[in-house]
Design a protein around this ligand. Structure first.
Ligand SMILES: [Fe+2]
Ligand SMILES: [Fe+2]
Ligand SMILES: [Fe+2]
Length: 428
């Protein structure tokens, strides 16, 4: 479970290396500050998750945090991050910490009744503020004195005095700073008291968490705001018809939710581009299943899920990408995701065309199967069960679109998405 959060957090680095460095730094500082408090392992585990994922609202909604970002905008991304994670129950305390990670100690007192959440949010807030103030081009140890002076003189209502005290105490050890710069996320997790503080996830939990990440992938483009969800549903239904066990059908949903994880590496201009891509853009797109594979392979305990998810652009004749696998080298699970991906993509509305109806959709899939590009027996299964699969796709798409609109509306607005728009006034 800890490995899963580390892996998914590192996937955010595909969007921006500076963001992944920032998450790692905040994680490194936060766990050491948290270690100074006598708090239960479970609460420490939640602080760990909050620190590693605190800016997911920025990724999902294509924002950027700069020195010019004002307080209202900071709280918007915190609110979006909270709304992305809150329904995933094992992380709901972490989601509340994320919601408050830019709030002052005074605001926290007023808005958050639970002390463990206030403490976690306050720790992530201070860790974040330290990370924001570091100059990445200079040795961190040379900057620590200045940062400690800044923290010691900050008014009491901004950060809680106990959290500042814990920071001053922990930051006198040189490794506090070296770790933030040089240690990997798994080294940091393994070396801290948090190594035993992870949350255990069963297969249902894994499926729900993969759905959260599916949303983060999909929300980056309004045109594909439910693609991963739709692929997950269709892939699981096809797997069931192909004779997979219930457990493997659940795993197939995880693979469907995460199959485009590597698309986090693609700029939104490519995701949103109407019509054909230029050759250099196509080359960038070709990297996405590679990234999916590399990231998921690092996460222990996922079994065949990385292969099922990532090999969805491999083709039996060896002309697929990125590994050019042939025939039986491509597992049946990957071929299922490929067919589900093709079916969902054809059925979805895109900026340059409406979703296809039955006949043209099946004709295109069958042409691809005849040309050896898709598994013919799976395409035949799609044809036999078209109505059921079409219904699954449409319901996944409409649910996904509704959730996407709701989350945006409820979390006020995101200025970079709706440039020039006025605040709607809607309150959470
Ligand atoms: Fe933030
Ligand atoms: Fe941050
Ligand atoms: Fe793909």
């Amino acid at each position: 479970m800890t490995g899963l959060v580390y892996g998914l957090s590192s996937a955010l680095g595909l969007v921006s290396q500076s963001l992944v460095n920032h998450h790692r730094e905040v994680f490194s500082f936060a766990i050491k500050i948290a270690d100074a408090f006598p708090i239960p392992e479970h609460d420490k585990g939640q602080i760990c998750v909050a620190a590693l994922l605190h800016d997911i609202g920025v990724v999902a909604f294509n924002g950027a945090i700069t020195p010019e970002t004002n307080d209202a905008e900071l709280n918007d991304h915190a609110e979006l991050g909270y709304r992305l994670l809150r329904d995933f129950h094992p992380f709901s305390p972490a989601a509340r910490m994320i919601r408050h990670h830019h709030k002052s100690a005074l605001q926290l007192e007023e808005e958050e009744p639970d002390e463990p959440i206030r403490l976690g949010a306050g720790i992530v807030h201070l860790a974040d503020a330290i990370s924001q103030r570091l100059d990445p081009s200079h040795c961190l140890l040379n900057q620590c004195q200045q940062l400690c002076e800044w923290a010691a003189t900050i008014p009491a209502g901004v950060f809680s005095p106990e959290v500042v005290e814990a920071f001053l105490q922990q930051s006198s050890k040189e490794y506090f700073w070296f770790d933030a710069r040089f240690a990997t996320v798994s080294q940091l997790g393994g070396a801290s008291a948090l190594s035993g503080a992870s949350v255990t996830l069963d297969l249902d939990g894994l499926r729900e968490l993969s759905a959260v990440f599916g949303r983060i992938i999909d929300y980056r483009s309004r045109h594909t705001a439910a693609h991963s969800r739709s692929v997950a549903e269709v892939a699981a239904a096809l797997a069931q018809k192909a004779g997979f066990s219930d457990c493997d059908c659940s795993r197939m949903q995880v693979a469907g939710n995460l199959h485009d994880l590597g698309k986090l590496a693609l700029p939104v201009s490519i995701l949103d581009k109407p019509g054909a891509l230029a050759p250099d853009e196509r080359n960038l797109v070709k990297s996405h299943p590679y990234h999916t594979y590399r990231i998921l392979k690092e996460i222990p305990g996922l079994g065949e899920i990385p292969a099922w998810a990532a090999l969805h652009h491999e083709v039996a004749d060896g002309t697929g990408y990125p590994f050019h696998l042939k025939g039986d080298e491509i597992p049946l699970g990957s071929r299922i995701v490929a067919v589900a991906d093709g079916f969902a993509a054809l059925s979805e509305h895109r900026p340059y065309r409406l979703g296809m109806e039955r006949q043209p959709c099946l004709e295109l899939l069958e042409t691809s199967a005849k040309a050896g590009k898709l598994d013919a027996s799976l395409v035949a299964l799609v044809a036999e069960n078209y109505d059921e699969l079409n219904e699954l796709t449409h319901s996944a798409l409409s649910k996904g679109q509704q959730e996407y609109q709701k989350i945006l509306k409820e979390a006020l607005y995101w200025p970079r998405l709706t440039a020039g728009a006025k605040r709607t006034g809607a309150q959470p």
